[in-house]
Write a protein that binds this ligand. Structure first.
Ligand SMILES: *Cc1c(COP(=O)(O)O)cnc(C)c1O
Length: 272
């Protein structure tokens, strides 16, 4: 997305043709695909809170609708919670929005900084995995003891109190950025879900990839440069989330907001 390349070289068109892509937050489009392909759809996979096009929250009813459509068509719902799992709370996005997927994919947070990936789901589906079932899943480093130990140590530190603190810190950052942008007269929308945040250089929060793509990349680039010059490092892409971590203190938020005030002003001035 950052480089404007829609695909990766080397992916067999045959494989691509077996994946149907529908816009996020567009239940009608999902319904359309179901009515065309009916019982030929194996599963619907979604990031319950999209965080790879900047942070885009699910509209009210979107996840519920996906769940209902999949159930009606006897199809699985897979939540890709690689980012949201253990970030939006101990139960991830599925607990936050109260939707039960059939399968869940996890990674990132659960590795405590080490490489990891995991999936899980309803018992009858997991019984299909070897040795009980015919689906073979393994890898050289699967269940690597070091990653498992780091992940276990990480998860032991997570508590409801910690998530409440993350909410407060992230809320303070989002409000500070909003006020800083307003003071500088910068046209942005600040989107936050839990400790995930994106500053979009467009006037309203995007609901879809098409809307996210309309951000002012040039302004973002100059904002990023101005922040970096002030010692604040944000993701170098307008389509990545900022992550607020347990290590961020209120003073870090204040420093970031102060730098953002100057950066928003610098971006505004450089357009004159
Ligand atoms: C990072 C990421 C992945 C990829 O995870 P790997 O463990 O690196 O394969 C998948 N889904 C989402 C939403 C991600 O952000």
């Amino acid at each position: 997305m950052t480089l404007g390349v829609p695909d990766s070289a080397g992916v067999d068109p045959d494989v691509v043709s077996r994946t149907l892509v529908v816009p996020y937050n567009d239940l009608d489009a999902v319904e359309g695909v179901f009515s065309t392909y009916r019982d030929r759809i194996a599963a619907v996979i979604v990031e319950p809170v999209a965080a790879n096009m900047g942070v885009v929250a699910p509209e009210r009813g979107f996840l519920e609708g996906l769940r209902a459509l999949a159930t009606a068509h006897q199809t699985l719902v897979i939540f890709d919670e690689v980012i949201t799992g253990f970030r939006l709370g101990l139960g991830g996005a599925q607990a936050r929005y109260g939707i039960a997927p059939d399968l869940t994919v996890l990674g990132k947070v659960i590795g405590g900084g080490l490489p990891i990936g995991a999936f899980g789901g309803r018992a009858e589906l997991m019984r299909l995995v070897a040795p009980e079932g015919p689906v073979y899943q393994a890898g050289t480093l699967a269940g690597h003891p070091l990653a498992m130990a780091a992940g276990e140590a990480m998860v032991t530190h997570l508590s409801p109190a910690l998530y409440r603190r993350l909410e407060r810190t992230a809320g303070r950052l989002a409000r500070g950025l909003r006020a800083a942008a307003d003071d500088a007269g910068a046209t942005v929308s600040v989107v936050r879900v839990g400790s995930l945040l994106t500053v979009f250089f467009r006037d309203r929060p995007p609901h879809s990839l098409a809307e996210a793509e309309t951000v002012d990349r040039d302004r973002f680039g100059r904002f990023h440069t101005a922040l970096t010059a002030r010692g604040v490092l944000i993701p170098p892409s307008p389509f990545e989330a900022w992550f607020i971590s347990a290590a961020h203190a209120g003073s870090d938020v204040d420093d970031t907001v102060a730098a953002a005030c100057a950066a928003f002003a610098a971006v505004a001035e450089s357009t004159d």
